[in-house]
Design a protein. Structure first.
Length: 442
C-alpha cells in the first residue's frame, strides 16, 4: 500500500514537472536579416518614439555615459543585479536579428528570441498589456536607431535564481496577460491614461510595494514602493503630499519636473520626466488625469486645499532673521545644531522670500521628501543635490556630502522634519544615511 502511495506521488510529481516544462519551454525564433532603416514608415517610427518615451526605455537600457539603448545599466534587486540589455539594431549583440514576432514575445511573455526567460526586472508584467500595434511601433523606432556593438552583461544573480526556469515559475504565479479594458464610466482621457500607466508607463513598478518574491502587491496598488533606494511615494489616498495632487499639478510635474505645491523631481523620477518631455502633451495629460484620480476625483476641492496648503506653508516658513536668532540658541557650539546648520547651508534659498537664480524654491512644508514616511529621499537630496540631465536645463541644488559631517546631516534632517512637517519624527536616520551613502558612493 505504501509503495503504491509513493508511486502515485512520484507519477504526479513527474507529470506536474513535465507539464510545467512543456509550458515553460520556448523554441528559438529564427533570426532575420537587418532591414534598411529607411524602409520603416516615419509616422510609425514617430509613434514608437513617443511610446518609448512614456515607457522610459532609454533609462534602463543605457549605462551612464554610454550610447543610447546599448545596455549595461545596472538594475539592483533584492536578488542581485540585472543589467539592461543592448536593444540597438546591431545584429550580433543587439536585437538587429530579432523579428517583429520575437520582439512581441519579449514584451508580452518575457521570453527572448533564443527562447530564454527574461527576469521580471524587465517589467513585461506591465508591457504585456500593451497593444500589438504599439509594440510594433516601438520595434520600428528601435530598429531605426544607430546600431552599437556592445555585448549585454550577464545578470549577477546567485544560484539557484540564476537558472532561467526560476523566472518561468515567477510568471506562473504573477504574469497575467491581456490588454487594459476601457472603463465605460470614465472619460476617454482617463482611459488613455490608465492604459499608459498600467502598461508601457509601468508606474506601479516603483509606486507599488512588492512581496518577498519581488511581485507587486496588487491589493496595495500605488501605495508606495522603492526604486533605486528612493522611496516612491503613494499615489493613492495614502499620498504623503501636504498639498493634494490635482490633474493640473500632476500634469505640470510630469511635463516639466516642477510644480509649485510639490517641488522639483529628483532621483529616479528625473529621467522619467525627461522622457515625458518628449511624449505628446495629450498623453501626459491623460497620465495626469488617471494618476490624480487615484487619490480622489474631486479636483476642485483638491485645488482649493492645495492653495490653502501653499498659503499656510509660506506663512510658516521662517524669515532669515528668525533663523539666525534660532541658530544662535541651543547647542550651536557643538556644530550639530540643526537650526544653525539650516541657517548656514539652506536658508539662502529655503527661507521666507528666498530666491534661486531662476525661481523661488518650493516651501519646505509642502515638500514630498520632507513629508515622506521614509527619510531616504531627503538624505539623497542633501547628499547629492538636484541636477538636470547632461546638456539639459533644469532645477539645481548643490549636494552637501563633502561639506557636512554625518552627524550634521542627521541633525539637519531631524530639524527640517520637525520644523517643516507635522508628521512624526523619523527614526533610524543614522542607518538610513549610511544606506544612502553606500548607494550614492558619498
Amino acid at each position: 500500500m505504501l509503495v503504491r502511495i509513493f508511486s502515485i506521488i512520484f507519477i504526479v510529481v513527474v507529470v506536474a514537472f513535465g507539464g510545467f516544462y512543456a509550458w515553460a519551454w520556448h523554441s528559438e525564433i529564427p533570426p532575420v536579416r537587418p532591414v534598411d532603416a529607411s524602409t520603416y514608415d516615419p509616422a510609425i517610427v514617430a509613434k514608437g518614439a513617443a511610446l518609448a518615451a512614456v515607457g522610459s526605455c532609454v533609462v534602463c537600457h543605457t549605462q551612464a555615459g554610454g550610447p543610447a539603448y546599448a545596455g549595461g545599466y545596472p538594475v539592483e534587486t533584492p536578488f542581485g543585479t540585472i543589467y539592461g540589455s543592448n536593444i540597438t539594431p546591431d545584429p550580433d549583440t543587439g536585437i538587429g536579428a530579432w523579428s517583429q514576432t520575437a520582439f512581441r514575445r519579449a514584451m508580452h511573455d518575457g521570453v527572448d528570441r533564443n527562447g530564454r526567460h527574461l527576469y521580471p526586472a524587465f517589467p513585461y508584467d506591465h508591457f504585456t498589456h500593451a497593444a500589438d500595434t504599439d509594440i510594433d511601433a516601438i520595434y520600428s523606432y528601435l530598429m531605426t536607431r544607430d546600431p552599437v556593438q556592445q555585448a549585454s552583461r550577464e545578470p549577477a544573480i546567485p544560484f539557484p535564481l540564476n537558472i532561467r526556469f526560476a523566472a518561468a515559475g515567477w510568471k506562473l504565479l504573477y504574469l497575467r496577460h491581456g490588454e487594459i479594458r476601457p472603463d465605460p464610466a470614465q472619460s476617454a482621457e482617463w482611459n488613455r491614461g490608465a492604459y499608459l500607466a498600467e502598461g508601457l508607463g509601468h508606474c506601479g513598478a516603483c509606486h507599488t510595494p512588492r512581496n518577498a518574491l519581488g511581485a507587486e502587491k496588487k491589493n496595495e496598488a500605488y501605495n508606495g514602493g522603492v526604486g533605486e533606494d528612493w522611496h516612491a511615494p503613494a499615489l493613492n489616498g495614502n499620498s504623503p503630499a501636504a498639498a493634494p495632487w490635482t490633474k493640473e499639478a500632476t500634469f505640470q510635474y510630469l511635463r516639466t519636473g516642477w510644480e509649485a505645491h510639490h517641488g522639483a523631481a529628483s532621483g529616479p523620477m528625473t529621467p522619467v520626466i525627461d522622457g515625458l518631455a518628449k511624449a505628446p502633451e495629450s498623453d501626459v495629460r491623460a497620465l495626469a488625469t488617471y494618476i490624480a484620480s487615484l487619490s480622489g476625483t474631486d479636483d476642485a476641492a483638491k485645488a482649493k486645499r492645495a492653495d490653502e496648503a501653499l498659503k499656510a506653508a509660506r506663512e510658516k516658513t521662517p524669515a532669515v532673521a528668525s533663523l539666525v536668532v534660532r541658530a544662535a540658541t541651543g547647542s550651536a557650539a557643538t556644530g550639530n545644531n540643526g537650526a544653525a546648520i539650516f541657517a548656514g547651508a539652506c536658508a539662502t534659498c529655503h527661507r521666507s522670500g528666498g530666491q534661486t537664480p531662476s525661481a523661488r524654491p518650493v516651501d519646505l512644508s509642502l515638500s514630498d521628501a520632507i513629508n515622506s514616511p521614509d527619510p531616504g529621499n531627503l538624505l539623497h537630496i542633501i547628499l547629492t543635490g538636484i541636477h538636470p540631465q547632461a546638456r539639459e536645463r533644469g532645477w539645481i541644488m548643490p549636494g552637501f556630502s563633502g561639506a557636512l559631517t554625518d552627524s550634521q546631516i542627521v541633525a539637519l534632517t531631524g530639524y527640517v522634519r520637525t520644523q517643516f512637517s507635522d508628521k512624526p519624527q523619523w527614526t533610524g536616520i543614522e542607518d538610513r544615511l549610511l544606506q544612502a551613502k553606500r548607494k550614492t558612493g558619498s
